[in-house]
Write a protein that binds this ligand. Structure first.
Ligand SMILES: [Zn+2]
Length: 400
């Protein structure tokens, strides 16, 4: 007869192994002192556990320095497995392959009309994933999982798109099942704003921050929310839809059916229309941003107005969630201070002062790569604590 004893020394040891692996998995690399601070384990315990994990090939340890002192940097073993990120935008497909030590091994992006046909998009994604894995020289059997980003709200539990109004060519498709079926690999799916938030949290402007919002201003406006180090999705996966905060209840009709949503004052169509008579019918958002950076007063004014409106949404978010950092991503983030300064002014004006004081509004560090790196981070965050650990017999007491 075998009785499991969950409170035993052995299961406590297993839990500690998992805690250390979890901390390193999301941070990329940490010194042993940082692991001790992050997990609450003693320095001696961390030292023993790191030694054990190194001996079984789960982590690698490299010499580094911390505050001028010698230290040991711990990361997951580069050859323990690989993760794949696939990011669908409305007009691009980007794929990246990384290892568990947070190194990007291969990455490629290409323009594609994703809205027009889901089947074509998935065909190309399938090919590109195969090609990029092949260039790394690592076998496809080493893939731990695939992170998939789609530019619309997604029901995380079912993997189904919340609205096909955003992706008309994707009706009736379950993106996660579609890609998992084609690749024969486990796939985790999330929307672009959440992945941007994860990307910046793990690799970019949000490193070390526990509470942040990633605001993506592109064809719509969305926010990815990180609360206490975790993405907050809400039960239906629609948390962070700040594009539909009402700014003017008698304003233009939004695609959601409401009137005067924030998005109606920031969407590319609305913004470019304002400049059509002065700047011609062929103006695009990237060109508008370039002109603004070069000093064009009309483009600067229109982008500043977008910033003021986005800032009203950020002020609401700030009052409700009190994040310490807002990271701006999407096409408009390339405008730099032209858009950031008006966002900060709106936050100062509309948020309660104590919340506004603690908030830093910064540009994203990853640019258009935020989502695909976030897709890699999604796999690292969802892969489970035991995936890399050798199967250990549960702590048992045997009675004969
Ligand atoms: Zn709306």
């Amino acid at each position: 007869m075998v009785v499991e004893t969950p409170g035993s020394q052995s299961s406590l040891h297993r839990a500690n192994l998992e805690r250390v692996v979890r901390a390193v998995r999301l941070a990329g690399s940490l010194t042993q002192a940082e692991i001790a601070r992050g997990t609450g384990l003693s320095a001696a315990t961390v030292s023993n556990i790191v030694r054990e994990l190194r001996d079984n090939g789960t982590v690698q340890v490299t010499p580094t320095s911390s505050g001028g002192r010698r230290a040991r940097s711990v990361s997951l073993s580069g050859d323990a497995g690989i993760v794949v990120g696939v990011d669908f935008g409305h007009s691009h497909l980007r794929v990246a392959v990384g290892n568990l030590a947070h190194q990007v091994l291969a990455e490629q992006t290409e323009p594609i009309d994703v809205d027009a046909s889901a089947a074509q998009g998935f065909d190309r994604a399938e090919q590109l994933v195969g090609q990029l894995i092949a260039t790394t020289g690592i076998g496809a059997d080493k893939v731990i999982g695939v992170g998939l980003g789609v530019p619309g709200p997604i029901d995380v539990a079912s993997g189904v798109l919340g609205s096909t109004a955003i992706l008309p060519g994707w009706g009736g498709i379950n993106p996660r099942e579609e890609l998992a079926g084609r690749l024969g690999m486990p796939v985790h799916v999330d929307n672009d704003a959440n992945l941007g938030a994860l990307g910046e949290l793990v690799w970019g402007a949000g490193r070390g921050v526990k509470d942040l919002a990633y605001i993506k201003v592109a064809s719509g406006v969305g926010a990815g929310l990180v609360i206490n180090g975790q993405i907050y999705r809400g039960p239906g996966g629609t948390a962070g839809e700040i594009g539909h905060i009402t700014l003017d209840e008698s304003g233009p009709v939004c695609r959601c059916g409401n009137r005067g949503c924030l998005e109606t004052f920031t969407a590319a169509g609305y913004v470019l229309d304002l400049l059509r008579s002065s700047h011609g019918p062929d103006l695009t958002v990237p060109r508008m941003v370039r002109l603004a950076r070069d000093g064009d007063p009309g483009c600067r004014r229109v982008i500043a107005d977008v910033g003021r409106h986005v800032g009203m949404g950020v002020a609401n978010l700030c009052n409700v969630l009190n994040p310490s950092r807002v990271v701006l991503g999407g096409d408009l983030a390339e405008a730099g201070e032209v858009v950031l300064a008006p966002i900060r002014e709106s936050v100062a004006r509309y948020a309660i002062p104590s919340a506004a004081r603690q908030l830093a509004v910064v540009p994203g560090a990853l640019g258009a790569r935020a989502e695909v790196l976030g897709a890699l981070a999604l796999v690292l965050s969802e892969m489970g604590d035991s995936t890399l650990l050798p199967d250990s017999a549960p702590a048992t007491l045997a009675f004969t």
